[in-house]
Design a binder for this molecule. Structure first.
Ligand code: NAD
Length: 358
C-alpha cells in the first residue's frame, strides 16, 4: 500500500517522540512491503513564533489531502501567557477535519503494575477503550458566557446534543466493540439531564443494529467509581464530551505513566489524527529521555484505523509488549534498581523485536 502521512511534531518532547514513531512506521513499511511517504509541518508554539498562528492554512490543507496525521504535543511555558495559544491549533485541526470521536485505549502491562496506584490484582485483564464525543456537549453549547442583569452576575454553559451526534458516536463504539469483546458501556447522567435521557434512548436504538453487542448504561458517577474498583469489567466505554474528558484522564492513571498511552481522533471517513495523550513535557524536553511508547502505539492505531492494516498494527503492539516483558524501561516506568533506556534506545529495543517477529 502507498500512504501519505503528515507529521506534526509540535513543541517540547513532541519532535523527539514523533521521530521515533516515524522510525517504527518506516520499519513496518520495509517489513510488510508498503510505501509510506512523510511530510512534516509545524503546529503549536513553534508555529506561533514563526507565523503568529498555531496552525497555518497550508498545514490544514495538507492534512485534508493526507491519509493520516501523526502528532506530537503542543505548548510550553513560553506561550502560557500569550494571546494566541498553542492548543488553539489542535482544537482547530480537529474541528476543521470534522473529527468527532476521540479513542483512548488503556491496557496496563503486567510488568508495570508497580507504576500504577492500583493493586496489581485489580489490573489483571484490564483492557478498556474509551470513546469520547469530541465536538458537542457542554464545551460548545450556546448560550455560553457571563451575563449581568440588574447588578447580578451569572455564568451559563449549555449541554446540547442532537440525536444524530449521539447516533454516530455510539455507532462507532459498537463497530469498535465488534473487533474486541462485544461489550459497550454507555455513560450518561440520565437521572438528571435531558441530554442524557436522549443519549440513553438513542444509544439503545443504535445498538439494536448490532445483535452480538451487549450494551449497558451506567451513570457517570458510578462509572468513575467502577473504573477504580473494577476496571477489568469494561470493554468499550462511550460517552459525551465532558464526561469523556474526565473519565479518560481517570483511566489513564491506571497505567502509571502518561508516556505510555496513545490516542486517535476520528471522523466519518478514514482520515484520523494520532497522538500520545501526554503534553510537551517541558521539564524533560531536549534531554532525549521521553518515553516514546505513547507515540509508537499511536502509530499502531494509525495503521489500524486510517490505513486498514491491522496485522501491521498488531506487530507493533506485540513488539512493545515484548520489549516491556523483557525489562526494557525508560525513566518514567523504571524501578530504582532497573537499567534505564532513553527515547532512542527504547525505540531500538522495540524495533529489534519488530524485525525478528514473524
Ligand atoms: P505533560 O503531559 O507535558 O507532563 C506531565 C508530566 O508527565 C511531566 O512530569 C512530564 O515530564 C511527564 N511526561 C509526559 N510525557 C512523558 C513521556 N513521554 N515520557 C516521560 N515522561 C513524560 O503535562 P503538563 O506538564 O501539564 O503540560 C506541559 C505542556 O503541555 C503545557 O503547555 C500543556 O498545555 C501542554 N499539553 C499539551 C497537550 C497536547 O498537545 N495534546 C496535552 C496536555 C498538555
Amino acid at each position: 500500500m502507498h500512504a501519505h502521512i503528515i507529521t506534526l511534531p509540535g513543541d517540547g518532547i513532541g519532535p523527539e517522540v514523533v521521530a521515533e514513531g516515524v522510525r517504527v512506521l518506516q520499519t513496518i513499511a520495509e517489513k510488510f512491503n508498503h510505501q509510506f511517504e512523510f511530510e512534516e509541518h509545524r503546529i503549536g508554539g513553534c508555529t506561533i513564533d514563526a507565523y503568529g498562528t498555531p496552525l497555518r492554512d497550508e498545514t490544514l490543507d495538507a492534512c485534508r489531502r493526507a491519509d493520516a496525521v501523526l502528532l506530537g504535543a503542543v505548548g510550553g511555558p513560553k506561550w502560557d501567557c500569550g494571546e494566541v495559544r498553542p492548543e488553539q491549533g489542535l482544537l482547530r485541526l480537529r474541528k476543521e477535519l470534522n473529527l468527532f470521536a476521540n479513542l483512548r485505549p488503556v491496557k496496563p502491562h503486567p510488568a508495570l503494575t508497580h507504576a500504577s496506584p492500583l493493586r496489581a490484582e485489580k489490573l489483571v485483564g484490564v483492557d478498556v477503550l474509551v470513546v469520547r464525543e469530541l465536538t458537542g456537549g457542554l464545551y460548545f453549547g450556546k448560550p455560553q458566557g457571563r451575563f449581568e442583569e440588574n447588578g447580578r452576575v451569572r455564568a451559563v454553559d449549555t449541554l446540547e446534543y442532537t440525536a444524530e451526534e449521539i447516533r454516530r458516536i455510539v455507532d462507532l463504539a459498537c463497530r469498535l466493540a465488534q473487533t474486541r469483546r462485544q461489550h459497550v458501556t454507555s455513560v450518561d447522567k440520565a437521572n438528571v439531564l435531558a441530554s442524557s435521557k436522549l443519549w440513553r434512548e438513542i444509544a439503545t436504538e443504535t445498538a439494536r443494529a448490532y445483535p452480538n453487542i451487549t450494551l449497558d448504561h451506567l451513570l457517570v458517577d458510578t462509572c468513575a467509581m467502577r473504573l477504580i474498583s473494577a476496571p477489568a469489567s469494561f470493554d468499550v466505554i462511550v460517552t459525551e464530551n465532558m464526561f469523556g474528558d474526565i473519565l479518560t484522564d481517570e483511566a489513564a492513571v491506571l497505567v502509571g505513566s502518561l508516556g505510555m498511552l496513545p490516542s486517535a481522533s476520528l471522523g466519518a471517513g478514514t482520515l484520523g489524527v494520532y497522538e500520545p495523550i501526554h503534553g510537551s513535557a517541558p521539564d524533560i524536553a531536549g534531554k532525549g529521555i521521553a518515553n516514546p511508547i505513547g507515540t509508537i502505539l499511536s502509530a499502531a492505531m494509525l495503521l489500524r484505523h486510517s490505513l486498514d492494516l491491522p496485522r501491521e498494527a498488531d506487530a507493533i503492539e506485540r513488539a512493545v509488549e515484548r520489549a516491556l516483558t523483557d525489562g526494557c524501561r525508560t525513566a518514567d516506568i523504571a524501578r530504582p534498581d532497573e537499567r534505564v533506556l532513553n527515547t532512542r534506545t527504547m525505540t531500538d529495543a522495540i524495533l529489534a523485536r519488530l524485525t525478528t517477529e514473524h
